[in-house]
Design a protein around this ligand. Structure first.
Ligand SMILES: [Zn+2]
Length: 431
């Protein structure tokens, strides 16, 4: 990805730098050659080059570009499980994924970690973004997801005789777990997404207290993945599944829903980040009835939501790490509404705005293994910056509307927001 040259000065805004530090009310951020050279109080800021590009934050907020930590660029308007795998061919899903990536950037997300994808689209989408062919967040890729035979993702009945090739590698036993990971090594993915547990979506055979992989299968996946320098994450709702994942050495936990004291202790000892994705549950409960979701599924989502809120609070209080990401791409939780995750944590879980933004920036970058490069506004970091025409400490929901964005800056280039028409690094899209 190309970075800007020259200097940009962002001023007249409140700084929330992503480290968890208190906001700074009258701040300046200086960008030189695509990197932050200063972020702090206006008083004490080094002088800017008179030729520097000026961005007026209009008394709003200056924060790091957001990181979507559980992003599915290849999921699109999923209303039923069939929509995940067999609705469209790979050619069309690739185009949809590129459109979703552009939307995420326009929504202020300058980086994202995939939570699983169809076919091997993430890897090629990342290449297009990195080569400035398509706009989008800096991406950490996943590939086809791994689940035990008969588990949550093995929903396609045998009489259809069509398998689950596009979305899932189904395994029976540790040998098949190893084989599945080796397939993903060849695909070039960074993250192996697995299904240790079921979900409220499948109340009959794979509900949120059901295990979908054995400890031996999970151990084999992790050892093989780590050997090839890949990371492992998993859909973990049931308490025993959470513990199995932690014992196996998972690098992150998706959801981490039903966490008892022992699970929390294990989590903290390993400092494993959790991505709760709670707005998905909230949306399932509130919009479920109007889209005809069965009551048993809605009830399961309600229980999941309550368990997830409780666990997220425990993790935050105990000093654990939480990423903000949300399984967007479902019909009731569409792409483009990513920032609802942050609003939910502030309004319904009781997190402070500063803590929530830290989870959505610094911790997101840590999950991606790129915290040295971005995720906070500190000298030396890449200039991935969001400038919002609103005081986010007063109103976090301002992040939900891209109309409020003065600038979405990635590598020093203003790529979206009101000022974006003046410059762009995207070849073939704007120029
Ligand atoms: Zn997901």
């Amino acid at each position: 990805m190309q970075h800007a040259t020259g200097m940009t000065r962002i001023a007249n805004g409140k700084l929330i730098d992503g480290t968890g530090a208190s906001s700074v009310s009258d701040a300046v951020v200086l960008i030189e050659n695509g990197r932050i050279s200063y972020a702090g109080p206006a008083k004490g800021a080094p002088p800017a080059d008179p030729a520097a590009e000026q961005i007026d934050a209009l008394g709003g907020t200056i924060l790091p570009g957001l990181v979507e930590a559980h992003y599915h660029p290849t999921y699109f308007n999923v209303a039923a499980l069939e929509d995940l795998d067999i609705k469209y061919p790979v050619e069309y899903v690739s185009l949809l994924a590129a459109a979703n990536a552009r939307l995420a950037l326009e929504c202020g997300y300058t980086a994202a970690r995939s939570g699983g994808c169809l076919f091997n689209i993430d890897v090629w989408l990342k290449k297009a973004i990195e080569e400035d062919v398509a706009p989008g967040p800096r991406l950490a890729t996943s590939g086809r997801e791994i689940c035990g035979v008969g588990g949550l993702m093995d929903w396609n009945p045998d009489y259809r005789k069509i398998g689950m090739e596009g979305l899932v590698l189904l395994i029976n036993g540790p040998d098949e777990g190893r084989a599945a990971v080796r397939t993903l090594v060849k695909d070039g993915v960074e993250w192996v997404k697995t299904y240790p547990t079921g979900d409220a979506a499948a109340p009959d055979t794979n509900d949120h207290h059901t295990l979908c992989m054995t400890q031996e299968e999970m151990n084999a996946v992790v050892v093989t993945a780590h050997n090839h320098k890949m990371k492992v994450t998993g859909h973990c709702r049931a308490t025993e599944g959470i513990k199995n994942a932690l014992r196996a050495g998972y690098d992150t936990l998706e959801h981490g829903t039903f966490m008892d004291d022992e699970a929390l202790e294990m989590l903290l000892a390993r400092d494993t980040p959790v991505i709760p994705a709670l707005q998905f549950e909230h949306a399932s409960v509130t919009k479920g009835p109007e889209i005809g979701m069965p009551q048993a599924v809605i009830d399961g989502h309600q229980e999941t939501l309550e368990g997830g809120v409780e666990s997220a609070l425990k993790i935050l209080k105990a000093g654990g790490r939480l990423g903000m990401g949300g399984d967007y791409g479902f019909a009731w939780n569409p792409h483009g509404t990513y920032a609802k995750e942050l609003s939910f944590f502030v309004e319904h879980v009781g997190f402070s705005v500063v803590d929530t933004i830290k989870c959505a920036t610094k911790t997101g970058a840590e999950i991606m293994g790129r915290a040295e490069e971005f995720g906070t506004l500190e000298a030396g970091k890449l200039a991935d910056v969001l400038v919002v025409d609103a005081d986010l400490e007063e109103n976090i929901t301002a992040l939900e509307d891209a109309e409020n964005f003065i600038a979405v800056v990635q590598g020093g280039f203003v790529k979206s927001g009101r000022l974006a028409q003046h410059q762009s690094a995207i070849r073939g899209v704007v120029q």
